[in-house]
Design a protein around this ligand. Structure first.
Ligand code: IPT
Length: 972
């Protein structure tokens, strides 16, 4: 071993570090002085861990170094000069050889010079705090080494009393991308080294609070809260609003309003010691598992949750306060009541926001060893006692930091670590330190270290079996019995990768039906697409990584820029805490309150009576303050005169009656539509006789190719590429799970050739007053086919199509879609339609889409999935009008899904990034009788049987007409 080897031995040492202070509560607002050391630092990157340490000496001249923003990841700064991000899901991007890491270990040296502010107090002590450094840091102050640590998303503090001077302090931090700690941080995200959270210097006055623990429980029978604040050193605990003034360690019990995610009642208080006044924000709540249920304040919980990684497209895991707040506000506005901090404790300010705005938090430890799966879990750190101190250190740093947050109701040991004694040791330590919160861990089916049964991506049938308590036995009778007595939560489900997830509503029905099923957490909150000059948003492989997992990192309910995806809009509707159903014809609505604690008095219920999509009357319903779990049946107002020719419906909206901390008055919490009459489709117009001229056949306002029978024009508007279409650019869910053989439906589709169907024209048959075109549509090298017959009729103004489809042969796979496709001039770039909208919807998605009249430009109809794929279908469409502003094309005469895009399906299919898609001279219009559902097979179950498009006999009708824009929309 050389000298340098000894010097860097700490990098691969499995111990958590040395020189740091014991963990303690996140320093809340207090009157003690603090100095943020965030800002512009000097930075140098070396390819190896043993670069010279001369920079740590006093007087080192770093003026030639780069500058870097701290907090930040060096790979996301410096325009590529500092290496690149890399993405893997489960595989370690280095050999599985614990605790060793590659010799090529990017090492970032950071230097920062600072003065103490004039008001920095004399005396007392000083602490240097790092809130997050990935993956390992060694620290020097004014030339003296302080120590080193690992545990990227956990705080570390050093005592620096006596080492500070008024001016010219030099802080030197060496950060290694890889360390033994990397084996514990294999969390399916970008590998992003750096000092990515705040660095702070804290003054600690004599007698300041070293640590404090707020115990605030709620007795729902008596309506009282009990507060005890343990403090070191002792002090006084004041909560003026409650008249509490007790010594630390003493208990006060008083009547209070409890804290809950729905009503996050916080009481302002203070802990006063000889040296410091610390702000307390006390939320009284008791969470426990009893009678086989997770209960908060005596009531069973239903988690409408999401998994949240910390992510920003420009700054990676460095998040500013505004972004954290935006996350919480977006969650609240989308009816989300819970968040799992997958898979590490978040920036502590995020938890303050959860306390304040109300979210149930599953706080997860910074721990995942998933990559050991690839080697049969050999050498898994959680099963190797040498790593137990590191695991305990991580557990303690999470619990101590976050223990005073009322929002944190569950501790999670980590994610995907297999099983092992290290986890049991963590659980035992946490139970001892904080028995007030239930424990979660998904990866051990024996559930020996957890308080409830948790799974990920279990399909609907299995979830139902669990709900009934009829799940299969798994291991020893003792574990089986323990698990069966436990409540159940899906810690991950409904993988939100690309278009989807499908099947949300069916999960929610189960969660609401079986008490044992206490909800779940959608995977995941936001796409981790990194802003990229060439690709728009980059995913795995875009930085030239040798090993990567592609766009599996883009699987969130938000796009990278935090625009809600259709999946989030759907989730909001599926989990809405108020349900309105009933019989529109009878004019009766049943309103159910699904809140945990709130009655309905904070909502205003608006009704609208709509005819063919237009509101003809509206008003506000008088709804009593029904309590949680209750329901009421109400009569809707007397509808205006019935109009059997029109399509009529009630639209009901439950809106906030007053401003809240997270949304303004009028914000729609829940809605429903109750149909009244079905309306009538315009009858098929007949009369015109086909006329052959040149290579064309004219039929009323339609023109056709005499050889192929393809539509060439309608009302003089040229049409290209007309024909039956079954292909869609596969979604991520169609592509399935790369690691599960046979899970890709898209691979089956491509093997069969559904992306390259050939159309053989069997007959073009002019009849007395119609044109019939018979075709056989089939892929090369197969004898499977669809017999497709187009029946056309026209009265000179409208052109009607009936397409009959008859499958031939033994089809084993569902079709992607079934409908017609046609190309229009690019100027046809605006659409108004009566159907579901404004967003996209597929058979098993789009619960957020309402029936109404909507307008959008063709670019606006595109859903910007980071990896391009099928998107943008508007289903349940009664009519759609595309226009160039002069001669609108109306499509009606049936109920269909339409999709309009400025590029073809082939181009969409070939694109890897949004920037590959360039609008051409054609708007491609798809009119589908049906689409195959979406499912969530990118990680989870496929499309449920009801939503599969099985090839079968099909009859599809639509009509086309072109008018001058001045003429009425619906011609004769
Ligand atoms: C599961 C992981 O817990 C999560 O981090 C993420 O990778 C998710 O899947 C998929 O995006 S693990 C999976 C193999 C079931």
């Amino acid at each position: 071993m050389t000298d340098t080897d000894t010097d860097i031995a700490y990098v691969v040492d499995v111990s958590p570090g040395s020189g740091t202070l014991p963990p303690r509560a996140w320093p809340p607002a207090s009157d003690a002085t603090r100095l943020s050391l965030n800002g512009s630092w000097r930075f140098r990157l070396s390819p190896y861990a043993d670069a010279d340490t001369a920079f740590t000496a006093e007087g080192y001249d770093a003026s030639a170094w780069d500058t870097l923003r701290v907090p930040g990841h060096w790979v996301l700064q410096g325009q590529g000069r500092h290496g690149s991000p890399a993405y893997t899901n489960t595989p370690y991007p280095f050999p599985v050889d614990p605790p060793f890491v590659p010799t090529e270990n990017p090492t970032g040296d950071h230097l920062h010079t600072f003065d103490l502010p004039a008001h920095w107090p004399a005396g007392g002590e000083a602490v240097l705090r790092f809130d997050g450094v990935e993956s390992c840091a060694r620290v020097w102050l004014n030339g003296a080494e302080l120590g080193e640590f690992k545990g990227s998303r956990l705080p570390h503090e050093f005592a620096v009393t006596g080492q500070l001077r008024p001016r010219g302090n030099v802080l030197a931090v060496r950060v290694h991308q890889w360390s033994s700690g990397s084996y514990l941080e294999d969390q399916d995200q970008w590998w992003l080294p750096g000092i990515f959270r705040d660095v702070t210097l804290l003054h600690r006055p004599e007698g300041a609070v070293r640590d404090h623990f707020v115990h605030a429980s709620y007795d729902h029978v008596r309506g009282t809260g009990t507060l005890r604040v343990d403090s070191e050193p002792a002090g006084r605990v004041l909560v003026p609003e409650l008249g509490i003034d007790v010594a630390s360690g003493e208990t006060a019990t008083v009547p209070v309003e409890p804290w809950s995610a729905e009503q996050p009642r916080l009481y302002e208080g203070e802990l006063v010691t000889d040296g410091e006044r610390v702000r307390l924000r006390v939320g009284f709540r008791t969470v426990r598992v009893e009678d086989g249920l997770i209960k908060a304040n005596g009531r069973p919980l239903l988690f409408r949750g999401v998994n949240r990684h910390e992510f920003h497209p420009e700054t990676g895991r460095t998040l500013d306060l505004a972004t954290m707040r935006e996350d919480v506000l977006l969650m609240k506005r989308h009816n989300i009541n819970a968040v799992r901090t997958s898979h590490y404790p978040p920036h502590p300010a995020f938890l303050d926001l959860c306390d304040e705005l109300g979210l149930w938090v599953v706080d997860e430890c910074d721990l995942e060893t998933h990559g050991f799966h690839a080697v049969g879990w050999r050498g898994n750190p959680v099963a190797d006692p040498r790593w137990t101190p590191a695991l305990l250190d991580r557990a303690a740093r999470m619990v101590e930091r976050d223990k005073n947050h009322p929002s944190v109701v569950v501790w999670s040991l980590g994610n995907e670590c297999g099983t092992g004694e290290g986890l049991s040791a963590m659980a035992a330590w946490i139970r001892e330190r904080d028995p007030s919160r239930p424990l979660h861990y998904e990866g051990d089916r024996s559930c020996k270290d957890t308080d409830f049964y948790s799974r990920m991506y279990a399909d609907h049938a299995e979830v139902e079996a669990i709900g009934r308590g009829e799940e299969a036995a798994l291991d020893d009778p003792e574990s089986d019995a323990r698990r069966r007595a436990m409540p159940f939560v899906q810690c991950e489900y409904a993988h939100a990768m690309g278009n989807g997830p499908g099947g949300l509503a069916e999960y929610q029905e189960l969660f609401e039906k079986y008490p044992r099923l206490q909800g779940g957490f959608v995977w995941e909150w936001i796409d981790h697409g990194l802003a990229h000059p060439e690709f728009g948003y980059a995913y795995g492989g875009d930085f030239g990584e040798e090993l990567h997992d592609g766009n599996f990192v883009c699987d969130g309910l938000l796009f990278p820029d935090r625009t809600p995806s259709p999946g989030l809009t759907a989730f909001k509707s599926v989990v809405q805490p108020v349900r309105m159903d009933g019989d529109g014809r009878e004019g009766v609505v049943r309103i159910r309150n699904l809140y945990d604690v709130s009655d309905l008095s904070h909502l205003e219920f608006a009704w609208a009576y709509e005819k063919d999509g237009a509101t003809v009357r509206e008003g506000v319903l008088d709804v009593p303050a029904v309590g949680p779990g209750g329901s009421v049946e109400l009569a809707l107002p007397e509808p205006p005169r019935r109009d059997p020719d029109a399509e009529t419906q009630w639209t009901l909206r439950a809106r906030l009656a007053k401003d809240t901390a997270w949304a303004e008055r009028g914000h729609v919490v829940a809605w429903a539509q109750l149909p009244v009459e079905g309306g009538m489709q315009p009858p098929a117009p007949g009369g015109s006789a086909p006329v052959r001229a040149g290579g064309r056949i004219a039929l009323g306002c339609g023109e056709f190719d005499a050889r192929t029978g393809a539509l060439l024009a309608v009302g003089g508007l040229p049409v290209t590429g007309f024909g039956c279409d079954v292909w869609r650019a596969p979604t991520d869910n169609d592509n399935g799970m790369p690691w599960v053989a046979g899970s890709s439906l898209a691979a089956k589709w491509r093997a069969l050739g559904l992306d390259r169907m050939q159309h053989r024209v069997e007959a073009v048959e002019p009849r007395a007053d119609s044109l019939v075109v018979r075709t056989r549509v089939a892929p090369a090298a197969s004898d499977l086919a669809l017999r497709v017959t187009y029946h056309w009729i026209s009265n000179g103004i409208r052109l009607a199509l009936r397409m009959d489809v008859e499958p031939e042969g033994a089809w084993q796979v569902p079709l992607p879609r079934l409908g017609v496709r046609l190309g229009l001039p690019a100027a046809y770039d605006r659409v108004t339609w009566f159907g579901a909208g404004p967003g996209e919807s597929y058979p098993d998605t789009g619960a957020g889409a309402m029936l109404g009249i909507w307008s959008a430009t063709v670019p606006e109809l595109q859903t910007p999935y980071v990896r391009p794929q099928e998107n943008g279908a508007r289903s349940g469409t009664r009519w759609a009008e595309l226009t160039d502003g002069v001669r609108p094309l109306l499509v009606d005469g049936g109920t269909f899904a339409f999709t309009a895009r400025p590029w073809s399906t082939r181009e969409l299919d070939a694109a890897a990034h949004r920037t590959d898609l360039v609008a051409g001279d054609t708007v491609w219009l798809h009119l589908d009788a049906r689409q195959h559902g979406i499912g969530s097979a990118s990680c989870g179950p496929g499309v449920l049987p009801d939503h599969r498009l099985r090839p079968g006999q099909e009859q599809f009708r639509v009509q086309f007409s072109v008018r001058d824009s001045a003429a009425p929309r619906r011609p004769a």
